[in-house]
Design a protein around this ligand. Sequence first.
Ligand code: NAP
Length: 731
Amino acid sequence: MAVIGLGLIGGSLAAAVREHRLAEAVVAYDRRFDDVVAGHQIGIIDETAETVEQAVRNADLVVVAVPVRATEAVLQEIRPHLSPNALLTDVGSTKASFVDAVASVFGEVGPNVIPGHPIAGSEKSGVRAANSELFANHKVILTPADSADPAQLNRLKRLWEGCGATVLTMSVAYHDEVLAATSHLPHLIAFSLVDTLAGEDENMDIFRYAAGGFRDFTRIAASDPVMWHDIFLSNRQAVLRVIDHFTRDLGQLRTAIEAQDSATLLRVFSRAKAAREHFSKMLSGQAYVTDMSQNQVTFQLQPGGSVTGDIRVPGDKSISHRSIMLGALADGVTEVNGFLEGEDSLATLQAFRDMGVTIEGPDNGFVRIHGVGIDGLQAPRGPLYLGNSGTAMRLFAGLLAAQEFDSELTGDESLSRRPMGRVADPLRAMGAVIDTADGGRPPLKINGGQALTGIHYEMPVASAQVKSCLLLAGLYAEGVTSVTEPAPTRDHTERMLEGFGYHVHRKGATASVSGGGRLTATAIDVPADISSAAFFLVAASIAPDSDLTLRHVGMNPTRVGVINILKLMGADIEVLNAREIGGEPVADLRVRAAELSGIDIPEDQVPLAIDEFPVLFVAAACARGETVLRGAEELRVKESDRIQVMADGLEAVGVQSTVTPDGIVIQGGQAIVGGKVDSHGDHRIAMSFAVASLRATGPIEVTDCANVATSFPGFVELARQTGIQITAQGA
Ligand code: NAP
């Protein structure tokens, strides 16, 4: 391998390659031979080259690591000596400039040319600052042309990965746009700000009293002036675009300060704060993906115990989503308590901020939404990212189909595989214009400015998401939009619309809205999620001497199957203070230990308890007699094949069961002896076995539990507080 330009980056790459033995030999050339000799002395290269020819002649990989404006001249020197099969790459901070230089020197960009850019560096320069660890845990962007040789690309990827980096690929143009915004503009601002302040009369005082924030913010102004001069000139067009954009936005802030326009200032600052937090979360999420070992959480459970106390489990996810949506569209300020701060509902919150809605919080479950009115959303500046939330994507599709502006909905990898045709098709029938990727999958591209007309829709498959999507579109449609469901589904949207003063006509299996109304802000105390409460309902029922009160639990009739089933099994659950809040019924539940009996679970209860079966299986294992579940095919296609995974887990702790095509048969009264259970990343299965430990005779270990934190933040602490002997390792 030959390195041309033995400075900070060239030297660091040479050092890492040598240290990890990623090349047979590293030879280097620099226009200052002193630097090459120094590199040899400090042991980061194998051979010194006095000319470019010496370096390049026998090399199968040539890395150009000189300032970007010097690249073309260096390539001229390389050209006569470069072997036809050698891989040619660079490390420059701008990529169009490298590709242009290659094209002008070689007449084309051949398949062996693969531009690269390590996103790592320091304010220091020169070979003496070289550091073999510089790229570890950093990203390297490669920008291969479509015609690049895949074998060469692979080889270069492996080289950088061998240095500890994560490799991404993207197009040259995209690279230059992204870097103009994320690296070049911040450097420009830092140079300019420090220069401006240094020119002020009282400059010594300014620097003397400079606070830590100033130091952090302007640290990058100490970077190499020549390098940055080169970068700005090489990436001129993209840099000019972001400077213009930034100057315009800065001008708006100036105007807002001059006019004492608090609303604008608050909106911009809170949007920026939230975006920064969102980015940090997303970035740490990415770190998980690259290092799966960090993502391993194991629950260790000691057997026995009883469950007591007075608790409130986190808020309902469906209601948290909808509270943000309707709060944003309402007239006035909506205050939400008990908001579930899970990834999905946070993505929804961020999406509304991106559409110009000022949202304060979330702060310990409290969110204040400054509604913009039914027609007040603004065009987002880019695609709206909805994480892993299928609910959000389907509901947003309905809402955005009717807006004046175009929008694009994207999600994470798993959401991007889910079909959206079942909402796109009926929306199109209302007049919406929506494009999807192949197979009706995300991203969804929605063309705004369409006049929608109400339709009557008979849902082929019962789905609360499809129903909600159409009702939200119906708020904007001409006439009446009505949806008939083949079986009852969750009705949170209908109830919350009523809570915001928007009438939903409900008759039998049909819900309808008339377009053209308005929503009025309200206060929402999000009910605790009955699906989360279910773990504690079972825990207190099966553990001797238990007495637990669960506060403010959502009692929506479409969700209470778990209570009905447990009561049929003989559970002692008292419903206290039943009341209605924001259209949703809630109550406090007092649960005491009881002798449970096995039952044939009535099939009409199955859809009402579909998420709660894993923990109900634990109840069945602790009951006297046989419990039979039928009609639950849907359970086999959830986050995991829940029936099989539960049966495997029960077996691992000593409980036999019989899996049937649509359910399971469990003989109660078997001893739970303990053992090791794989939850297959399914949060509900992990929590169910935490509950099972209360009746176990030996310890239980549950692996792959990281997802619990997203659906039930604080589960481990709350479980421990009530008496479950749980610890989480690797969290
Ligand atoms: P550096 O430490 O200044 O090293 C550049 C080296 O190239 C110096 O030794 C320089 O020699 C030599 N050089 C300049 N013109 C040359 C020519 N015509 N022929 C042969 N050698 C020549 O700079 P660096 O930080 O390593 O940057 C190198 C490249 O990496 C740049 O394209 C930069 O955009 C990119 N990059 C830098 C960073 C960073 O944070 N520093 C991060 C990512 C990418 P002299 O000492 O005689 O000038």
